[in-house]
Design a protein around this ligand. Structure first.
Ligand code: CU
Length: 462
């Protein structure tokens, strides 16, 4: 299975060609796909690592669908431990959301569970285990629902799946974080914001480090749509195109008014669709993901015919940017939520103690209680971060619109994940139109495991 993810991602380059040449036929219903949760070996800087994976019967890694398709999956757990997948981020009936013990039981070893619901919203999405710490051990994969517009455009698409990697397994990382560190954590807190709790050994783009990056063949002077997914356990990245500019066209899969830049912040769990036009001089373009904290990076290279590919060091020479919300303030959605007054505003304090590694969410001032909403309401979440770490907050089953950052109101992007920096307050709104019980949590896996998890529960469900 070692090559399976690479072959799928390498094959992404041919999507555009086949779409352009295919006759325009009416879309047939997509059939059920079998996805297997399994272990596999990857190669990290010359050493083999056994980690988890999600593969189709064909061996292809992840899943690519088209607008109008269903998530129609038989999910088989071939592991010797319970597992499952959360579809990040769709609007399924809540029982199919794949959050163990909330939407349903985990999938037992050797068992299979069927899922079927419309694959909406469309765009660049992903799937990952929500069981224990399996996501850090790479139990995650791309789940792309290609937009009709993107298919019709014929533009080449390249998926870039970012992960953080440690030779320690996830349980060991977490146990180490929770060990008493005399003076250490408090001193860090006193010194300023803490960027990354975990010292990773590598960052991966499509399973590969920069010692052996994926090189994608592209057309000279052609346009490429990058679908970049931050599937890291706890690393915020900045996407860096160097001297090039790219055009951000979607965040978290949802279209935004095009925004040109060379650098794009991408917090844990977020996605960015960036269109890059290859330079007229025929040179290759590295697409780098620079992790926050130590200067470690991953990336891929877009190579037109004859383009030279230079060796890029894994360790960058300058401190990577701190991921913040400056660019977020510039984002405007193509399709904002309808304008209507807020029916219910829910205060959500993001809390933590650096000593002992304990994190929490106090909803309506109370840790451990759900936020109750009523079907049909416009709900506002007021997330106030009282800690010295940034928290990438994620809501299940709904897309929200960012409406205010530190007192500055605006009609921001429609998303499912937003970073709340240290001491910041971020407001989002969503329409309570998908009844059930939903997870609402920090997507830093170790913060989540240490208690930064809450629920949104519709009246009549509990
Ligand atoms: Cu957090």
């Amino acid at each position: 299975m070692r090559m399976s993810r690479r072959s799928l991602l390498a094959g992404a380059g041919s999507l555009a060609v086949s779409a352009a040449l295919a006759p325009r036929l009416a879309k047939a219903a997509n059939g059920q796909k079998v996805l297997r949760i399994e272990t596999r070996q990857i190669d990290v800087n010359g050493k083999a690592a056994t980690r988890y994976g999600v593969v189709q019967a064909s061996g292809a890694f992840g899943l690519t669908l088209e607008q109008g398709d269903d998530i129609d999956v038989r999910l088989a757990n071939t592991l010797t431990v319970p597992s499952g997948l959360h579809w990040h981020e769709f609007d399924p009936p809540w029982r199919q959301d794949g959050v163990p013990y909330l939407s349903g039981p985990p999938i037992a070893p050797g068992a299979s569970v069927d899922y079927k619901f419309p694959a909406v919203p469309v765009g660049t999405r992903w799937m990952h285990s929500h069981f224990g710490l399996q996501e850090q051990d790479l139990l995650a994969a791309p789940l792309i629902v290609r937009e009709t517009d993107a298919i019709k455009s014929g533009m080449q698409e390249v998926v870039v799946f970012l992960e953080d990697f440690s030779w320690r397994n996830a349980e060991t990382i977490f146990a180490d974080l929770r060990k008493p560190q005399p003076g250490g954590m408090d001193m860090k807190a006193a010194a300023g914001p803490d960027l990354n709790d975990v010292d990773y050994d590598a960052y991966l783009a499509n399973d590969r480090t920069l010692a052996d990056p994926q090189v994608v063949d592209v057309e000279r002077n052609g346009e490429v749509r990058l679908r970049i997914i931050n599937a890291a356990g706890s690393t915020n990245f900045t996407i860096d195109l160097g001297a090039m500019e790219g055009t951000l066209v979607a965040v978290d899969g949802n279209p935004v008014v095009p925004l040109k830049a060379s650098r794009f912040p991408l917090a844990v769990s977020q996605r960015a669709d960036i269109v890059v036009r290859m330079p007229a001089d025929g040179s290759a373009v590295p697409v780098l993901a620079r992790g926050e904290g130590p200067p470690l990076q991953a990336g891929i290279v877009l190579r037109p015919p004859g383009g030279a590919v230079a060796r890029i060091p894994e360790k960058g020479d300058a401190p990577p940017p701190v991921v913040g919300l400056e660019q977020e303030l510039l984002l405007r959605p193509v399709t904002p939520l309808p304008v209507r007054p807020v029916d219910r505003s829910v205060p959500v304090d993001l809390t933590g103690s650096m000593t002992g590694y304990i994190w929490g969410m106090a909803v309506n001032g109370l840790g451990g209680l759900p936020a109750t909403v009523a079907h049909g309401e416009r709900v506002e979440l007021v997330m106030r971060n009282v800690t010295m770490m940034a928290h990438p907050m994620h809501l299940h089953g709904h897309s929200f619109q960012v409406t205010e950052i530190n007192g500055q109101a605006f009609s921001g992007a429609v998303r499912d994940g937003i970073l709340v920096p240290p001491k910041a307050t971020v407001k989002v709104v969503f329409d309570a139109n998908n009844p059930g019980m939903w997870a609402f949590h920090c997507h830093n896996l170790f913060h989540l495991a240490a208690g930064m998890f809450a629920t949104i529960v519709y009246e009549g469900f509990s």
